[in-house]
Design a binder for this molecule. Structure first.
Ligand code: CU
Length: 110
């Protein structure tokens, strides 16, 4: 059962990425999904409101993180998901501590 749910999440995330095109992805139903695949955050830029949830979906076979230096870090194990609730003032650039070339940006919008 858990595997089926997870697969649905991955499919949804893929669809959202296609629809988002080149513009920053907006949250849908309170959650914005960021897929990690081939050492890339997709989409790399997202816009969320404070209180909404960011969910990272790691499709790679290695762990990744979403890290903001001296601020916060989310660990995303291989094949799993992890979340963080967006906060006021949390417009940040983040990266993966294991692969510093992996970068993303979160913009908090009104
Ligand atoms: Cu990484």
């Amino acid at each position: 059962m858990k595997a089926i749910l997870h697969r649905r999440q991955l499919l949804f995330a893929g669809g959202a990425a296609v629809l988002a095109g080149g513009i920053p992805a907006r949250a849908h139903n309170g959650t914005v999904h960021v897929t990690i695949e081939n050492l890339t955050f997709q989409p790399a830029q997202i816009e969320v409101r404070a209180g909404e949830t960011i969910e990272w979906i790691n499709k790679d076979r290695m762990p990744h993180t979403a890290t903001v230096r001296d601020k916060w870090e989310v660990m995303i194990p291989p094949g799993q998901t992890a979340t963080r609730q967006a906060e006021v003032g949390d417009t940040v650039d983040y990266y993966c501590r294991f692969h510093p070339n992996m970068t993303g940006r979160i913009t908090i919008v009104g």
